[in-house]
Design a protein around this ligand. Structure first.
Ligand code: HEM
Ligand SMILES: [Ca+2]
Length: 454
């Protein structure tokens, strides 16, 4: 999300005389249990042009005084003018769209960056290695926005700009950088004729395959139920090839996936970050102290990294229900002046910023039962418990107003899943597109871009 103004300064939308067009601040009601101010800063996502060549749009262009033109009877210049016009006209029409900052494909872009320039900055250009700093840590970045509380600590650089948000995220970035370098060293030894470029790309191919396999077989298989996994063909093969690629599938990230469904993980965030020590001792820090603070990772030259790793491996994640911990609901990115954000509110407002249709519309899109009322009549809410329905009724005047994030996160989970039916459908469809529309998917047989039979 872009909230950078001129010369890299943040855009202020609260307490300013003249609001900029990018501003869409959240009004805070007087009875808010935490916030004492009346305004929460919110900057709209950068807008993009939507090139609209839909049949409806073209038909509109072809109508002259409400009479359709005979298409078969037109000279070549007409077609040229038509295409030019469609292109130019689309610049100022159509709904507002947003821009992606990272590649949609599950291509290890969090490790290597989303473009060549970013990748080159991360490479050592020697023996296929990625850059690290002293004690095999991530390399430093100069203009990162970190809260440095201890001497000699630094903001870290990785393939994704969110690397410093919380320590448990930072160590996952680090894990894959170290693994890349471990593989690169092995490949270099096994293939003395390979140059830096070949070792680097082959190692990258392996890391990307690891991440695809872990995402589908370990993660998605855990968060979704068997039926959804089957319906959207999300399982990967254990052995051999799987020719899943379909060049008609659009693998980009659906707006609804990014602004609502995949944010279900925000309800799994815990209030503390823990060290699970080797001697079974547990140490914890409150989450809000760890935002953008590399201390837990870099303390004692990274001695606690395995302790953080043990925590994320051994501890069960919490249920993704409608409750979010105070550390992100009240104290997200809290600063010295005690200014903070509310992640649930940001999610809902981001949905409105991007113009996402409401909860009930997504149910229809997913082929789920119609909803026309909260708890009465022919089509009431059927995937929420009684207490939640009452809460939704209190918050929204009409059932048609329920924002997708609010309606989706509070659904009763499908058996064996971490989400309810609406989010399961949106996640399932997105993950299917990310797999079947990926020419470099790791299960595809291709001697250059894929793997040989093992
Ligand atoms: C402590 C952990 C986390 C923090 C502090 C955090 C914070 C944030 C923030 C501040 C945003 C931008 C909100 C906005 O302005 O719209 C965001 C976006 C998002 N988050 Fe999280 N998040 C965390 C964990 C997670 C997890 C575990 C998941 C999913 C499993 C997740 C999924 C997403 C998604 C999909 C977006 C939208 C990204 C985009 O459109 O570019 N987050 N998160
Ligand atoms: Ca990517």
């Amino acid at each position: 999300m872009c909230d950078i103004g001129k010369k890299g300064t943040s855009i202020k939308c609260c307490g300013v005389k003249e609001k900029r067009p990018e501003c869409f601040p959240i009004e805070i009601p007087d009875d808010d249990p935490y916030f004492k101010t009346d305004c929460l800063n919110f900057v709209r996502s950068a807008e993009a042009v939507r090139l609209d060549f839909s049949p409806a749009k073209l038909q509109k262009l072809l109508l002259v005084s409400n009479k359709p033109i005979d298409l078969l009877d037109q000279p070549l210049t007409f077609w040229f003018m038509l295409i030019l016009c469609a292109f130019l006209c689309s610049f100022d029409t159509g709904p507002r769209e947003q821009i992606n900052q990272v590649t949609s494909y599950i291509d290890a872009s969090a490790v290597y960056g989303s473009n060549k320039k970013a990748m080159d900055e991360l490479r050592l250009f020697k023996n296929g290695l990625l850059k690290t700093s002293k004690f095999e840590m991530l390399p430093p970045q100069n203009n990162g926005a970190c809260r440095l509380t201890h001497k000699n600590e630094f903001c870290m650089l990785a393939g994704d700009f969110r690397v410093n948000v919380v320590p448990n995220l930072s160590i996952l970035h680090l894990l894959f950088v170290r693994e890349h370098n471990r593989i690169a060293k092995k490949l270099g030894k096994l293939n003395p004729m390979w140059n830096d470029e070949r070792i680097f790309q082959e190692s990258r191919k392996i890391i990307a395959a690891y991440i695809q396999q872990i995402s589908y077989q370990e993660y998605i298989a855990e968060i979704l139920d068997q039926e959804t996994l089957c319906r959207y063909k999300l399982r990967t093969t254990i052995k051999g090839f799987n020719h899943v690629y379909n060049d008609t599938i659009n693998s980009s990230i659906r707006n609804v996936f990014a602004v609502a469904a995949f944010r279900f993980g925000h309800a799994q965030i815990t209030s503390s970050v823990l060290y699970y020590k080797q001697n079974n001792d547990i140490e914890s820090r409150i989450l809000e102290d760890t935002f953008h603070n590399p201390h837990m990772v870099q303390d004692k030259h990274g001695r606690h990294i395995p302790d953080l790793g043990r925590w994320i491996v051994y501890d069960k994640s919490i249920k993704a229900d409608r409750c979010m911990v105070s550390a992100v609901r009240d104290k997200l990115f809290i600063d010295k002046e005690k200014r903070s954000f509310d992640l649930a509110a940001l999610n809902i407002q981001r949905g409105r910023d991007h113009g996402i249709p409401p909860y009930v519309k997504w149910r229809t899109w997913c082929g789920l039962s119609k909803v026309t009322s909260f708890d009465s009549g022919l089509y009431p809410l059927i995937d929420h418990d009684r207490k939640t329905i009452l809460k939704l009724k209190k918050a929204y005047k009409s059932v048609r107003d329920i924002d997708l994030f609010a309606g989706g996160i509070s659904e009763i989970h499908l058996p064996g899943a971490d989400v309810g039916p609406t989010f399961a459908c949106i996640l399932g469809r997105q993950f299917q597109a990310l797999k079947e529309g990926d020419r470099f998917w790791f299960e595809i047989e291709n001697y250059k871009t894929g793997f040989t039979k093992g």
